[in-house]
Design a protein around this ligand. Structure first.
Ligand code: SF4
Ligand code: SF4
Ligand code: SF4
Length: 295
């Protein structure tokens, strides 16, 4: 199990632990470490800032925060730069994610009490496109956060569980990997559907900078009795985990690279790909962050 499951899961996946969705967490005063990392006194304060500065600009109705003038020319801070491990540790305190297969997405949807579809801040930043609504927030409408952004109301939509599941199944088919996110850990703020335009994906996978999210608690495997080598699944994988053997004419999934998103399954016409707990394969069991192999 990942670090969050150990610390916040009490024997199960942290995102299936209902106490991590409790509204009391939003109003709780943050401890000294959390305050230092996030700059906020409560989770509600942090989440309001997150919505103001990241989510709502994606609606096209609110500006992105301005960079301070002369930011580039500012003198280097006297503190030494943080190490990669320190950056990841801070990310884990503030806003961190994990890849989820569709089955766990549906378990989460079945247990939350409100789901709001929202614009995607990453896609706005990376492509300029407004109203790309791939994010799904939990319970936020009940705590007055969305009411503070009336101009964005046309971009927000409260969904039933069935409506949300249908959309996630569609995104799964399209090859978008699902991820779940904290808003000051362990509070769970929402679920996302991501690809190359995701800032966290670009940071963690493409640039190989300190991780913003965990791999899933699972990996996928191909049953070579069923695989016909059609390669259809290969276009779904955003993690470079699938390889085709011209000798065997089969596809192989490298357990050391697989993030366990499970979206390759939706593309296979022969039902040849299955998902198994990560812990079942020693080579993958303790791989939670990026950099599976030495740089
Ligand atoms: S994590 Fe994914 S869905 Fe969420 S804001 Fe980023 S790209 Fe959009
Ligand atoms: S091989 Fe692994 S990482 Fe790639 S799509 Fe399948 S489950 Fe996701
Ligand atoms: S889509 Fe299925 S049958 Fe085709 S190569 Fe992938 S695992 Fe094999």
């Amino acid at each position: 199990m990942c670090k969050f499951c150990m610390e916040h899961g009490e024997g199960k996946q942290w995102y299936l632990q209902m106490k991590n969705y409790y509204p009391e967490l939003l109003h709780e005063e943050l401890n000294a470490e959390q305050q230092q990392v996030t700059g906020a006194k409560t989770r509600l304060e942090w989440n309001l800032g997150f919505f103001r500065n990241f989510v709502m600009p994606g609606s096209g109705k609110y500006p992105l925060p301005k960079k301070p003038e002369n930011a580039e020319a500012a003198p280097a801070a006297s503190r030494p730069p943080l190490s990669e491990d320190e950056i990841v540790a801070n990310n884990m305190v503030e806003h961190f994610g994990q890849v989820l297969p569709i089955e766990d997405v549906e378990r989460v949807i079945d247990s939350v009490d409100s789901i709001t579809r929202m614009p995607c801040g990453c896609r706005y930043i990376s492509t300029g496109q407004t109203n790309a609504r791939y994010c799904f927030g939990f319970s936020i409408d009940r705590f007055g956060i969305l009411g503070q952004f009336p101009e964005a109301s046309a971009s927000l939509e409260t969904l039933s569980r069935e409506e949300a599941k249908k959309l996630f199944r569609y995104f799964d088919q399209e090859g978008l990997m699902h991820s779940i996110w904290t808003g000051v850990t362990p509070y769970v703020v929402g679920l996302c559907n991501c690809d190359h335009d995701c800032i966290a994906y670009r940071t963690t996978i493409e640039s190989r900078r300190p991780a913003d999210f965990f791999r899933a608690e699972y990996i996928c495997e191909v049953d070579w009795e069923r695989c016909t080598g059609c390669k259809t699944c290969m276009s779904q994988c955003q993690f470079g985990a699938q390889f085709y053997s011209s000798v065997t004419e089969k596809v192989y999934i490298d357990p050391g690279r697989c993030y366990g998103c499970g979206v390759c399954r939706a593309a296979c016409p022969n039902d040849a790909i299955s998902i198994i707990p990560r812990e079942k394969r020693p080579v993958a069991a303790d791989l939670w962050l990026n950099h599976p192999y030495p740089k």
